[in-house]
Design a protein around this ligand. Structure first.
Ligand code: ATP
Ligand code: MG
Length: 412
């Protein structure tokens, strides 16, 4: 026998029995997002490597360690590790800045990151996300957060925690960065390797380090004092207050987490995550924030923006597995040609119909019908002679003879 070729580590098949759950995530996204005026956008799965280096930021884990990059015709290409950079590229390239603001977009699809596979972490995974361009006001931040919460609610996920923080603007953040560096300087040798290398390039990233010994350092009172201080400028503070008052008014519950800085370089002001207590250590289902300088950094006109992305595998693991969908009818017959014809007629009338293609015995066909369909459509010799079908309700056992041209009506 030929050697079996296995699936690549960190990737998964989505098998037919699991696809229904994905359909629910996708159809609810379309339903809820369109209520708020978001239009779907589909961008390529690979882009110029430079887009992510500049767009996600070259001090991030994503760019430094996690990208699938390859060369083709002397160009460096990368499988998208996230989709904000791609959407922003498309926004700029297609002149969407000329459209009247806000421009509201959503997407879904696979993302690729070279990470250690574990529960809740794959190398190919899927995200659904939204981006809103052109609005500086906190109302935009409030709308995207509300949208995330309502999408989760529509899936039956009501008990998730929204965590919120403001990173200020580049100006007020600079002073905060220096203070963080200063207070952590005496602890430098005790920080983990990652934190040591981030210390110069991206000191805020230290704050969401997951290493226990680092967390202990950050819990020290003198360090907490700096972390908990209100460093953001008046304007940023007013923006944050406005956002909170919108959320309060809309009854969106949240907690402030000063350690929440998010991995990506491009955020300013609002950052948020939505977490579940039922996910173990990879507990974030949604991450997002405001990124007012990204469009300009990628060559577009100055355009404020805010958005988020959710991990669809993590969402799925929170949802109950739906019951497999039943056929409307399964034809049980000793005449394959008649069964074929009847099936085709009923399908054109919009019903889901199957019949036996393997010449199985009548009783075997009936057994199969009871597993896969709501009704058995019995087409024996008597029925063929009289132009009828015996329609058997497989949950009640009730059976009635129905004229062929009345079956669709009866089943509906
Ligand atoms: P994490 O802290 O879990 O690494 P992140 O900050 O890298 O998350 P984002 O880039 O904000 O994640 O992506 C948004 C969401 O996408 C996450 O909240 C998570 O639900 C999901 N996600 C991110 N990376 C993966 C992965 N490797 N496998 C599965 N889902 C993922
Ligand atoms: Mg990550």
């Amino acid at each position: 026998m030929a050697k079996i070729i296995n699936i690549i580590k960190g990737t998964k098949d989505i098998l037919p029995q699991d696809v229904e759950q994905w359909h629910i995530l996708e159809s609810k996204a379309l339903e809820i997002f369109s209520k708020y005026g978001y239009k779907e956008i589909r961008t390529p799965i690979f882009e110029a490597t430079e887009l992510f280096a500049r767009g996600v930021g070259d001090t991030t884990d994503i760019v430094n360690k996690e990208m699938y990059t390859f060369e083709k015709s002397e160009r460096s290409l990368t499988l998208r590790p996230e989709n904000t950079a791609g959407v922003v590229r498309s926004f700029i390239e297609n002149g969407m800045a000329r459209l009247s603001a806000p421009v509201k977009l959503w997407y879904k699809g696979p993302m690729f990151r070279y990470e250690r596979p574990q529960a809740g972490r794959q190398r190919q995974f899927h995200q659904v996300g939204v981006e809103m361009f052109g609005i500086k006001n906190a109302a935009a931040d409030a709308e995207v957060i509300l949208l995330a919460v309502n999408y989760l609610k529509s899936l039956g996920l009501c008990d998730l925690e929204v965590e919120l923080n403001s990173l200020g603007c580049p100006t007020c953040r600079e002073a905060y960065k220096s203070k963080i560096k200063e207070v952590l300087k005496p602890e430098f040798d005790n920080l983990c390797e990652d934190c040591q290398s981030r210390y110069e390039k991206n000191p805020l990233r230290l704050l969401d380090c997951k290493v226990e010994s680092c967390k202990e350092i950050f819990a020290k009172p003198e360090i907490q004092k700096v972390i908990q201080s209100d460093f953001i400028c008046e304007e940023c503070a007013a923006h944050f207050e406005e956002l909170k008052s919108y959320l309060d008014k809309l009854n969106v519950k949240y907690t402030i987490n000063k350690l929440l800085v998010r991995g990506l370089d491009y955020y300013n002001r609002t950052v948020f995550e939505i977490k579940s207590n039922n996910l173990g250590s990879q507990n974030a289902v949604c991450g997002g924030g405001r990124y007012d300088s990204l469009v300009r950094n990628l060559g577009g006109e100055d355009t404020p923006a805010v958005g988020w992305a959710m991990g669809m595998e993590r969402l799925n693991s929170l949802l109950p597995v739906p019951e497999p969908e039943l056929l409307d009818g399964y034809i049980v017959s000793t005449s394959p040609a008649d069964a074929f014809e009847l099936a085709e007629n009923l399908r054109t009338l919009g019903l889901k119909i199957e019949f036996d293609l393997a010449n199985k015995k009548f009783t075997k066909q009936l057994e199969k019908a009871s597993k896969v369909a709501k009704y058995a459509l019995i087409l024996g010799e008597d029925e063929i002679k009289s132009g009828t079908v015996s329609v058997k309700n497989l949950s009640t056992g009730e059976q009635v003879a129905v004229a062929k041209n009345k079956i669709a009506e009866t089943l509906k």
